[in-house]
Design a protein around this ligand. Structure first.
Ligand code: PGA
Length: 240
């Protein structure tokens, strides 16, 4: 299986011009890459302006709403994403959970995304406090259980999971591959056939170790995906 590298641009860049420049630079830099599946998740409003056709980059969204249609001010329907050519959607990112997104909401969003054949990337992870209290496995198990309520195995196989320890996100302090591997093995016992990604201060230097040493099937990359050179380097290091 090709490693799945997902760029999470979060609320960046601040201009459309900047978004186009970043995307085009990455597109040029990875045009010969064949053995890495590359997904870029820009802010919603840039999705329709990004020239992803004729490139080997797939489009992802950073969230979606749980209803396909209706009066929901400010929300984005999974159908709208489909219509723009979006294939993946990250759901349950810790930055959204922190703002009030609940496991129940995440569960509804997964179902809505699957219904229109978007591929959900479910983010799970423990906080620093939970890690220190030795609760990592328990937290992850609970997050999975709640996200999967009323989902059949045949639905779950269409997901990817991103293990993102909250304390490692955006801190420059990644979870070392050795520790991440223990979590990977724990998750692998619960999740049989679906890709498990690592996220949290991943960069071009450490990327390969998560795939080769810790056995993850890919990465969710935040900060390092906002610098074209760095992101291209990260992807190229994984092309074998
Ligand atoms: P980071 O973000 O790579 O900047 O730590 C990862 C993420 O939030 O998905």
């Amino acid at each position: 299986m090709k490693p799945l590298i997902v760029a999470n641009w979060k609320m960046n860049p601040l201009t459309l011009k900047g978004a186009k420049l970043l995307f085009d630079a990455v597109k040029r830099g990875v045009k010969d890459i064949k053995n890495v599946e590359i997904v870029i998740c820009p802010p919603f409003i840039y999705l329709s302006n990004i020239q992803y056709l004729k490139s080997n980059i797939k489009l992802g969204a950073q969230d979606c709403f749980w209803s396909e249609r209706g009066a929901f001010t400010g929300e984005i329907s999974p159908l709208m994403l489909k219509d723009l050519g979006v294939e993946y959607v990250t759901l349950g990112h810790s930055e959204r959970r922190k703002l009030g997104e609940t496991d129940e909401m995440i569960n509804k969003k997964i179902k809505a995304a699957l219904k229109v054949k978007l591929k959900p990337i479910l983010c799970i992870g423990e906080t620093e406090k939970e890690r220190k209290a030795g609760k990592t496995f328990q937290i992850l198990k609970t997050q999975l259980k709640k996200a999967f309520v009323n989902l059949s195995n045949s639905q779950i196989v269409n997901l990817s999971i991103a293990y993102e320890p909250v304390w490692a996100i955006g801190t420059g302090n990644p979870c070392e591959p050795k520790e991440a591997k223990k979590v990977y093995l724990f998750l692998r016992k619960i999740l049989k056939n679906i890709p498990i990604l690592y996220g949290g201060s991943a960069n071009s230097e450490n990327a390969a170790s998560y795939i080769q040493e810790a056995n993850f099937q890919g990465l969710l990359v935040g900060g390092a995906s906002l610098k074209a050179k760095e992101f291209i380097k990260l992807v190229k290091n994984l092309e074998s």
